[in-house]
Design a protein around this ligand. Structure first.
Ligand code: IMP
Length: 186
């Protein structure tokens, strides 16, 4: 089975990648004895994912996959976007900034890049919704309690992981990447 190294040690991500990229052996840097840490200096999700995929490839010389994701709020011009993980105050700051704001449209984006030293294969997924007036539910992580999914009619924080993972931005990017990998026979 073809081995692909995932540029993350996150257990949840690893599980999702393994479930969707069937026919590939997905391993972590740790599994192959590589110490991986890189600064995300890009200005787009694609740039950051590519930076991570390339940096990991240079360390292991095996095919790699890396993802970058975040929450984009329309009325904030797409912020916090690529800076989601570094947006100080997170959910609470976001709710404050949107106090009294009518247009609460937002989406999560996930960009995944595959790199094997030669081919770059990119796939992006989106999920649309609105920023709730207050957090609902304790499931998930990050902005999940304030992201009201248009499709689920509830926040990701109030959804089960099965409900969220069936429609999530990462799921959609992974499905698209899987199709592209198969088409490229990479
Ligand atoms: P990454 O791990 O560098 O891609 O950073 C992603 C950041 O975006 C996280 O720290 C969260 O703040 C946010 N984020 C991305 N995906 C999700 C999600 O599915 N739910 C909630 N927050 C998310």
């Amino acid at each position: 089975m073809k081995k692909i190294v995932l540029a993350s040690g996150n257990a949840g991500k690893l599980k999702e990648f393994r479930e969707i990229l069937k026919g590939y052996e997905i391993v972590t840097p740790k599994d192959i004895g590589v110490d991986f840490d890189v600064e995300e200096t890009g200005e787009t999700f694609y740039e950051n994912a590519l930076i991570k995929a390339r940096a990991l490839y240079e360390l292991c010389h095996l095919p790699t996959v890396a993802d970058d994701s975040g929450l984009c709020v329309d009325v904030l011009g797409g912020a916090p976007g690529v800076y989601s993980a570094r947006y100080e105050g997170g959910m609470i700051r976001l709710l404050k900034e949107l106090t009294g704001v009518k247009n609460r449209a937002a989406h999560f984006t996930s960009c995944i890049v595959y790199y094997d030293g030669e081919n770059i294969i990119e796939a992006t997924g989106y999920v649309y919704g609105k920023i709730a007036d207050a957090p609902h539910g304790n499931n998930g992580f990050g902005y999940d309690p304030v992201f009201m999914s248009d499709e689920l009619g509830k926040t990701f924080g109030a959804a089960t992981s099965e409900e969220k993972n069936a429609i999530s931005h990462r799921r959609r990017a992974l499905d698209a990447l899987f199709a592209k990998l198969n088409a490229n026979k990479a």
